[in-house]
Design a protein around this ligand. Structure first.
Ligand SMILES: CC1=C(/C=C/C(C)=C/C=C/C(C)=C/C=C/C=C(C)/C=C/C=C(C)/C=C/C2=C(C)CCCC2(C)C)C(C)(C)CCC1
Ligand SMILES: [Fe+2]
Length: 281
C-alpha cells in the first residue's frame, strides 16, 4: 500500500543525503505547488459523496454547493479580518481531520494526538521556519501559537509513538510504518517539504481511494474532470476573493497556499466528518 509514498519518501531522503538544498526557495515553491495541485483534488469529490449519501434533487445540490462555498468563503474572510483566530481554528480543525486518518484507533484522544503530531513534528524540528510561516499567515502574535505547539510536541509525539504500535499490532502495518517514517521526515525535512509528502502521498490517497470506491460508477473522464475542474474553481475563487479584499493578504506564496487549503478545509472537514459518522452508524 502507498507505493507512490514510498517512492516519494525514498527520493526525498536520497536528495537530502546527496546534499540537495531542500530548504531553498525553489524547493519550497515546488513543494507548495505539489501540495496545492496534489492535495486540492482530494476534496473535489465531497459534493458527489454527499449526493451519494442522501438522494438530492437539483435544488438540494445547488443548496449544498452554496453552503460549501459559503463556509469556505467565511473562512477566507476570517483570514482577512481576524487572522490569528483563523490560524488557531485551522490548526485545531486540521488536527482533528488528520486524526480521522487513524480509524484503527478507538480512543478519540489518541486520534487527536496523532493528527496534532503532523503539526507538532515540524514545529519542534524547525521552530523558526514554522513560526515564520504562522506569522506570514496571520500576524506577530502567531509566534505564541507556535510556542504552545512546540511545548506540547514531546507528549504529542510520544503518545503517537504508542498509537503507531497499536496500529501495527492491529494489523495496519502499512499505515503504521508509513506514518512512523513520515513523522520522522516531518521532524527532519523543511516543514513544507515534509508536509507535502504527508498531505499528497498519505492523507489525500486515503480520501481519494475511499471516494473512488464509493463513486465507482463515475467514468475515468468524469472522475478526472471533477478533480481538475473543482480544484481549479477553488483556486479561482480564492483569487477572486483576494481581489475583493480591502487589505492585502499574506505576501508569501506558501502562506497563501496554506490559507487557501484552510478555507476549503472547513467545509471539507464538516462534510467528511459527517460522512464518516454516517458510515459508522
Ligand atoms: C466540492 C466543491 C468545491 C471544491 C472543493 C475542494 C477542491 C475542496 C478541497 C478541500 C481540501 C483540499 C482540504 C484540505 C485540507 C487541508 C488541511 C486540513 C491542511 C492542514 C495543514 C496544516 C495544519 C499545516 C500546518 C503547517 C503550516 C501551516 C506551516 C508549516 C508547518 C505545518 C505543516 C505544521 C468548490 C468549492 C469548488 C465548489 C463547491 C463544491
Ligand atoms: Fe482531507
Amino acid at each position: 500500500m502507498y507505493p507512490a509514498y514510498w517512492v516519494a519518501a525514498v527520493t526525498v531522503v536520497a536528495a537530502t543525503l546527496r546534499g540537495s538544498p531542500m530548504g531553498q526557495p525553489a524547493a519550497i515553491t515546488a513543494a507548495t505547488v505539489l501540495f496545492v495541485a496534489g492535495g486540492l483534488p482530494h476534496g473535489a469529490y465531497d459534493l458527489a459523496l454527499f449526493r451519494r449519501a442522501i438522494a438530492l434533487d437539483r435544488y438540494g445540490i445547488t443548496l449544498a454547493a452554496s453552503c460549501y462555498v459559503a463556509v469556505a468563503a467565511l473562512m477566507a474572510i476570517m483570514w482577512m479580518i481576524m487572522p490569528l483566530a483563523a490560524l488557531i481554528l485551522f490548526l485545531a480543525v486540521a488536527a482533528v481531520h488528520f486524526g480521522e486518518d487513524w480509524d484503527m484507533l478507538d480512543e478519540p484522544l489518541l486520534r487527536l494526538a496523532a493528527g496534532l503530531a503532523v503539526i507538532a513534528a515540524p514545529a519542534i524540528g524547525h521552530r523558526a521556519d514554522v513560526s515564520r510561516l504562522f506569522v506570514a499567515m496571520s500576524d506577530g502574535r502567531a509566534t505564541f501559537v507556535a510556542q504552545i505547539i512546540v511545548a506540547a510536541a514531546p507528549v504529542t509525539l510520544m503518545v503517537t509513538a504508542v498509537s503507531i504500535g497499536i496500529a501495527w499490532r492491529s494489523g495496519n502495518r502499512q499505515w503504521a510504518s508509513a506514518m512512523a517514517l513520515c513523522l520522522a521526515l516531518l521532524l527532519i525535512l523543511p516543514p513544507v517539504v515534509g508536509f507535502a509528502l504527508f498531505f499528497v502521498f498519505l492523507h489525500s490517497p486515503r480520501h481519494l481511494s475511499q471516494a473512488r470506491a464509493t463513486l465507482g460508477d463515475m467514468t475515468p473522464a468524469q472522475w478526472l474532470s471533477t478533480g481538475v475542474l473543482l480544484s481549479g474553481a477553488a483556486i479561482i475563487g480564492w483569487w477572486a476573493l483576494q481581489g475583493l479584499s480591502p487589505a492585502p493578504m499574506a505576501w508569501n506564496m506558501t502562506a497563501q497556499a496554506f490559507q487557501l487549503l484552510a478555507s476549503v478545509a472547513m467545509p471539507h472537514f464538516l462534510l467528511s466528518h459527517w460522512l464518516a459518522k454516517r458510515l459508522h452508524q
